[in-house]
Write a protein that binds this ligand. Sequence first.
Ligand SMILES: Cc1cc2nc3c(=O)[nH]c(=O)nc-3n(C[C@H](O)[C@H](O)[C@H](O)COP(=O)(O)OP(=O)(O)OC[C@H]3O[C@@H](n4cnc5c(N)ncnc54)[C@H](O)[C@@H]3O)c2cc1C
Length: 340
Amino acid sequence: MASSPDVIVIGAGVLGLCTAAELAARGHAVTVIDPGGPNASSIAAGMIAPALESVLDYWASGGNTDRSSLFRTARDLWPEFAEWLGISLHREGAEWRGQNPHNVHGCLRGFGFDAQPAGPGVVTADDWRIEPGPALTAMARAPGVAVIKGKVTRLTGDARRWRVEAGDGRVWFTPTVVLATGAAAAVAGLPAPLAELVDRIIPIKGQLTSVATATPPRTIRTDAVYVAPAEGGVVIGATMEPGRRDLEPDPIEAERQVAAGLALLDLTGEAGQTRVGIRGATADGLALAGPSGEPGLHLALAPRRNGWLMGPLVARVVADGIEGRPPMADAAALDPLRFA
Ligand SMILES: Cc1cc2nc3c(=O)[nH]c(=O)nc-3n(C[C@H](O)[C@H](O)[C@H](O)COP(=O)(O)OP(=O)(O)OC[C@H]3O[C@@H](n4cnc5c(N)ncnc54)[C@H](O)[C@@H]3O)c2cc1C
């Protein structure tokens, strides 16, 4: 039998590692279990984009959804979180070059975000960026966090403790588990209502391509494509294919995206690797964060397009739930029991 940490986090994506780092900073001994390898978090563009994501969600809902306050709260947790962990936070802003720049300008202003007309587009200083790979590494190395390689194949518990079993037979016991398994199917042994909730998470396949070229000063976005600065050039993405969880890149789509992205920059470049990730999403597009309704079992799942933006907020909500603190105001929007 392996050691018995205070908290076991299953899954080392941005939600699992942000939560682990937050809990460790609060004095808990945290073990994260993950098989390793790429995940949605590691292949993401790393945009921390409360402003333009608020506009896109507003449009997608036909003008019925205002997420600006929630997204701004999440973004505003990043400076302290990044500084503490030594994560570089690029506050270079982002530019909208898609349809309806006047409408985007008006929406941004209406939501209280910065918005400046710039040529054919609109620039906002309120959208930032991190580099996913180094950020994940920094979180995994946070003092008090231990990351163990393994795939959890069974999770069973009673009111006292959870039994966490890995595929290779290792077993851990802990009073508190955080399920942060991304878009994966429910782990065997979960109580039926929770297994159903996890299995209702919608997988959304997405791909982006690295391109060696001159690095632009900030992210440029349109309705169809975005170009984000990255080491050695840019990443150009990203597709959204609900219902798909295969990891096969689509070379024709990659070529189309790269051509559209480079045209935005008015540059040439050499396309490199196309990577695929599977986002998990709920019916309302917001994460499941907080107590699951089962004693000692907490969720940090399904942030759809905004896992990096929402990471520190999800972590805080989950850690408050574990410690039995009163939930912060934004926790209600993420309450896993809202779908019960
Ligand atoms: C192409 C693309 C671009 C994106 N760009 C951005 C962006 O710019 N900004 C932004 O905010 N978001 C972006 N996203 C969305 C973001 O990446 C996701 O919302 C986020 O990564 C989800 O994080 P997660 O921790 O829930 O899941 P994941 O990153 O998928 O992590 C889940 C982890 O759980 C592990 N796991 C699963 N089952 C088990 C098990 N049984 N035992 C142990 N471990 C298990 C997996 O191995 C995985 O490592 C993008 C996504 C894609 C696909």
